[in-house]
Ligand binder design. Structure first.
Ligand code: TRP
Length: 334
């Protein structure tokens, strides 16, 4: 690994349509971080089959997501952008780590409890061992930092526990990863229920701005955004809807919250909604154009996919071989 730069790993699932929340909360942040770290950004498709997927749709969504990483500004010659399923080491390390993970630990994972409640007809073993696969993703690249949302912190904590347990037995095999602390990405809420996070799995399409929405749709959705009856543009807990609009405006323009609020002093909610809608649409337009261009250039995309998978595989194998040796597998004759 290039000597001085620390390693960063993160991944996203290709299920559902990516929203403005995913972009402002994660992807945009990834772009900002990409100069300072040796970055691995994976489309974590192995994780996605814990829930049933339609194969044709899933294939397309994964490709859309990978192209979106690039369209958002991640340079695929500097960042390793790849499909998790193309690097066999993820699944291999996951098995080994599962032998160092206790059922008691997995039983405590809140995401497992939530997802089992949601998919009561398909509580499969993969859903249960999902956090172990995530640990493998991270540990495979000797990752130093992992930018993740709050909902994934428990999984990262488990990753650290597994790594420390393994290291205590076999010596220093794994780097112990830290959650990325620093300027957190913006937290964007639902336009229809501003107390809930904007989510790609929300059934109400008006609750989310999708990165693929056109300008008219974006403006219409902001027009319908739930606010309040205070008729006063403020950023405060008592006005979650209006605060969310301000938050979005600030994240898109780079203006501080205070400056954003000041800009709308004395104006009405209609003005605010229109301004935010236009700002978001103008921000997304070039990204959408670039996305379409990337997707239409098959040779380019195939090349990126191949090269990056090879690069990821190279680093993954280094860790995997070490682990295999440590646990006592006979060396493969090469
Ligand atoms: N579980 C993460 C999520 O749903 C995605 C993910 C998988 C991930 N492996 C990862 C995130 C490794 C960070 C690091 O958001």
């Amino acid at each position: 690994m290039a000597d001085e730069k620390k390693v960063l790993f993160s991944g996203m699932q290709a299920t559902g349509n990516l929203t403005l929340g995913n972009y402002l909360g994660a992807l945009k942040n990834w772009v900002d971080l990409s100069d300072s770290y040796e970055c691995f950004y994976s489309v974590v498709d192995l994780h996605s089959i814990t829930v049933r997927q339609n194969p044709a749709e899933f294939r397309q969504k994964a490709k859309n997501l990978l192209a979106l990483y690039i369209a958002a500004g991640l340079d695929p010659t500097k960042n390793c952008i790849y499909y998790q399923s193309h690097v066999s080491g993820h699944a291999e390390l996951s098995w080994i780590l599962s032998c160092f993970t206790y059922m008691g630990e997995l039983n405590r994972m809140t995401q497992f409890k939530d997802k089992s409640a949601k998919h009561a007809d398909n509580i499969n073993a993969g859903l249960y061992t999902y956090p172990v696969l995530m640990a493998a993703d991270i540990l495979l690249y000797q990752t130093n930092v992992v930018p993740v949302g709050k909902d994934q912190l428990q999984h990262l904590e488990l990753t650290r526990d597994i790594a420390q347990r393994f290291n205590a037995i076999y010596g220093d095999v794994f780097q112990i990863p830290e959650p990325f602390i620093g300027k957190a990405g913006a937290k964007i809420m639902s336009l229809q229920d501003p107390l809930k996070k904007m989510s790609k799995s929300d059934e109400n399409p008006n609750a989310s701005i999708y990165l693929t929405d056109d300008k008219d749709t974006i403006i219409r959705k902001f027009k319908r955004a739930v606010t309040d009856s205070e008729a006063n543009i403020c950023y405060r807990e008592e006005q979650p809807g209006v605060s969310n609009l301000i938050e979005i405006y600030s994240a898109c323009t780079g203006k501080s919250i205070d400056d954003a609020v000041a800009e709308f002093a004395g104006k009405g909610y209609g003005d605010l909604k229109l301004a935010v809608g236009e700002t978001v649409a103008d921000m997304l337009a070039p990204l959408q154009t670039r996305h379409a261009e990337i997707l239409s250039d098959k040779a380019y995309l195939d090349g990126i996919v191949k090269e990056n998978a090879e690069k990821a595989q190279y680093f993954a194998n280094k860790t995997l071989r070490k682990v295999q040796k440590k646990v006592g597998f006979n060396e493969k004759i090469r």
